[in-house]
Write a protein that binds this ligand. Structure first.
Ligand SMILES: [Zn+2]
Length: 501
């Protein structure tokens, strides 16, 4: 055991304790806290967040990390300790370059921007949001400038925060391939809309029964209720405190059964990742999923690759019918399968189907790139947005509320985040392809046996937490790094069959 690492440990514990407290408060704010709580609670969060920052960004930790990074000390560390030092050093390097007063001011600006954005969205008033968005972008550019490495573009710096190693070069190639291969598919499907009907999904489905069904589904995919809970919130999300306390939420609409069903499977996928993290690293800086993209790959793997397949529903569709006999009694499994896979270009990203989804992400990626190359001003963004929606999806937003104002991400300075959503789907498809090669996934699904797939993911991805990055996990598991071709092949095959193209 390295003596120096032992000295680092109390700092890690303190840092974790603040993070856990902040996570629990965030969870509470989004689930149980009364509507008027937020303004006052935000003041406590502000203090705790400041303290949390100080637990890591201080001279003692800086000195320890510097010593622990030397070759002699590295030799004394085990694999997990090395990963912790590496992870923390990166955080430190990035944060340290930002002057503390600017960091504080930016945090305050982001809090204000969120409120301005919310108002602007509900009033369809981009003009009131544009100035504050401009300030956010200016801050973000300046911060990226501080952190910029040799030969790195400003936008590459943003991307690195969410998916290490996935640069503009790699993403240009990724999205370019998607556009070429899937664009014509989307076009053809537009002309065959009558082939798939999902009207029966918007009958009245009592919320209490939906909740029972969702609890059944969470258990079915392997969510461990001894290590997790479920609650309700405005938008579904997953929050981990540690590997024995992983929380998911859902939202229920009386007239949209599929929303709750696929949300619980999606969040369940995130939760299985967190519940599967090794005891040795939980509550450390590498005690969570390794990246946004890898996390999203797990949720989408469960939601789409498994959850939107015929085999998944074969053993359990009769149960769904038992929950809703009046609504689904006469709907066949095949009709249900087709309905939950209906593809149709639309305006809202979060409501998009599996096939058109990556185009929503591509549009945001291209706009962010232009912003950071200094080629798009804040005033030009709504027109740019609408033009790209027309170009890629053949639809034009009827308002900025349903256009550029729909996502909260930019108000929080989260530039570079969106690509992870599409990468997650693509990584999920690559993993799906790989697992089908090592075990008879479809047979297992048809038999209602989800354990082998879950165990495999735990063994090759989940248990490592942040000890390996996305490319390392993929390479160690499948023998190759990230390749978008599997995703393209998966979508092409699925939708060609579904829409008889
Ligand atoms: Zn997700």
């Amino acid at each position: 055991m390295s003596e120096l690492f032992e000295k680092l440990t109390p700092h890690l514990k303190r840092s974790y304790a603040f993070q856990a407290a902040l996570n629990i408060i965030t969870w509470d704010n989004n689930t149980l806290a009364p509507r008027e709580a937020i303004d006052n609670t935000a003041k406590a969060i502000e203090v705790l967040a400041g303290e949390a920052y100080g637990t890591i960004i201080n001279d003692q930790v800086k000195g320890l990390l510097a010593s622990l990074g030397t070759p002699g000390e590295q030799e004394r560390l085990n694999t997990n300790e090395k990963a912790i030092v590496k992870n923390l050093s990166k955080t430190f390097r990035k944060l340290e370059k930002i002057p503390a007063d600017e960091f504080q001011a930016y945090r305050a600006l982001k809090a204000r921007a969120y409120t301005v954005w919310e108002q602007a969205k509900s009033n369809n008033d981009y003009g009131s949001y544009a100035p504050v968005l401009g300030e956010i972008i200016a801050y973000q550019k300046r911060f990226c400038g501080y952190q910029q490495g040799e030969g790195q573009s400003l936008y590459d710096v943003c991307l690195d925060d969410y998916e290490e190693g996935f640069t503009v070069e790699i993403l240009d190639d990724f999205f370019g391939k998607l556009r070429t291969a899937l664009g014509p598919l989307v076009q053809k499907i537009r002309e065959k809309q009558e082939l798939v009907s999902d009207a029966f999904l918007s009958q009245t489905y009592p919320v209490e029964t939906q909740k029972e069904l969702c609890r059944f589904l969470a258990e079915y995919i392997g969510f461990d209720f001894n290590r997790g809970v479920m609650a309700q919130s405005e938008h579904p999300f997953t929050m981990e405190i540690h590997n024995r306390d992983v929380r998911i939420t859902n939202h229920f609409y009386e007239n949209r059964l599929d929303f709750a069903i696929f949300s619980v499977i999606h969040e369940g996928g995130h939760a299985l990742y967190e519940q599967g993290i090794d005891d040795a690293i939980t509550m450390t800086p590498i005690g969570g999923g390794t990246s946004m993209g890898m996390h999203e790959s797990q949720s989408r793997f469960y939601e789409n690759n498994l959850g939107r397949s015929r085999a998944f529903w074969k053993p359990i569709y009769h149960k769904v019918q038992e929950y809703f006999p009046a609504q689904l009694g006469r709907v066949s499994l095949e009709e249900f399968y087709r309905a939950v896979n209906k593809a149709e270009p639309s305006l809202i990203r979060t409501e998009a189907d599996e096939l058109t989804y990556p185009f929503h992400v591509m549009i945001r990626y291209e706009i962010e790139k232009l912003i950071f190359q200094g080629e798009a001003s804040v005033e030009e963004l709504p027109a740019l947005w609408n033009k790209k929606y027309q170009e890629y999806l053949g639809v034009t937003p009827d308002s900025d509320t349903n256009g550029i104002l729909q996502d909260m991400h930019w108000s929080g300075g989260d530039f570079g985040y969106f690509p992870s959503y599409a990468l997650g789907s693509a990584i999920g498809a690559q993993i799906f392809h790989h697992i089908k090669g090592v075990m008879p996934v479809e047979e297992y699904l048809k038999a209602g046996n989800l354990a082998p797939v879950r165990e495999y993911l735990r063994e090759h991805i989940h248990k490592y937490g942040g000890a390996k990055n996305t490319q390392e996990l993929l390479t160690d598991m499948t023998g190759e790094g990230f390749h978008p071709e599997y995703y393209i092949a998966y979508l092409t095959e699925k939708y060609t069959e579904l829409y008889q193209l």
